[in-house]
Ligand binder design. Sequence first.
Ligand code: ZN
Ligand code: ZN
Length: 418
Amino acid sequence: MTIVPTFQTAVDPQKLEKLAETAVKVGLRLEPGQDLVITSPLAALPLVRLITKHAYKAGAGIVSTFYSDEDATLARYQYASDASFDKATGWLYEGMAKAYEQGAARLAIAGDNPMMLAGQDPAKVARANKANSMAYKPALEKIANFDINWNIISYPNPAWAKQVFPDLPEEMAVAKLADAIFAASRVDVADPITAWADHNASLNKRSTWLNDERFAALHFVGPGTDLTVGLADDHEWHGGASTAKNGITCNPNIPTEEVFTTPHALKVEGHVSSTKPLSHQGTLIDEIQVRFEGGRIVEARASKGEEVLNKVLDTDEGARRLGEVALVPHSSPISKSGILFYNTLFDENASCHIALGQCYSKCFLDGASLSQDEIKAKGGNSSLIHIDWMIGSDKVDIDGIKPDGARVPVMRKGEWAL
Ligand code: ZN
Ligand code: ZN
């Protein structure tokens, strides 16, 4: 086999170059002398090479990439001993955590085959995920707490492209997914750096309005949904570029269309239905319906993938509570594309969403200085997981509820009301 994928020609080389440059200059804002840790599927090698080039041109210290490979992952499920599924590469994650402590930036390239583990034993998948989450925690905390500048972008892996466009031949599917990624990532324009500056300014305007309103709760009403999401005490809305604790202002997600904050882990009431399927580590979980009492999911159903959903909810105590609520207009470019990407980085930006599990400490006023106990006291949730799923559509209305009960329209039929 060859290391350089043969479908390379299907991906526009100039736009790929712009994506790499945007990842370094907008996504990371890599500083001269800063080291960079990249994780990537092997299929994204052409993009990794371009990012590495742009990182060194921007003055990077050392760029180190860790690759994953689908065949190698599947070989584990086929041949590894049962005990293997409770193991994880803790030594590698400890090294990554150490790199971040010493100032390295982090870039992840998404684009794995979303159905890679679909045929595997769900119990083994859950054990391997749990072992991995526990081992990864020291490194993940530095990312989730925004200690460092980090960024995630994606590359059109053929297996992913075939999932998104099953009726097209592989080369056409890759070309079409590549175009969708370039458009959503705003690199299909003459000057992506300026386009991102404009986009960041408009997201900033939304989050500033929400921060000024200081809502106590958001009330979502739509088909199968009547949900009140209490917001954490001293919550802060974020959107677009934001400043990491190391002082660097970066765009962690490319694409991004959301403004988001921290719900109160104990103050979510009512029921909610998903509006798009959730692709979770190889399983499609569709038509989710859950009911909350006192912030906790007490009933959960799904027309597909219910067993996996319930395993996820049983990960730990915080897995049944919310760690994020995010607002995205129905007219967002990703929503308008009409494409289901089977990838949270894209699909969450097509719709308002909530996330089960860990909250972001940066979504509190003065979040960087708060201890874990202080975050908990303000209503911040903690968990090994953070899983976003989509609850918005053109049929959902959202009101903001002030502490005195007054209501302010936030979204009507999926669009900003202000
Ligand atoms: Zn989100
Ligand atoms: Zn999220």
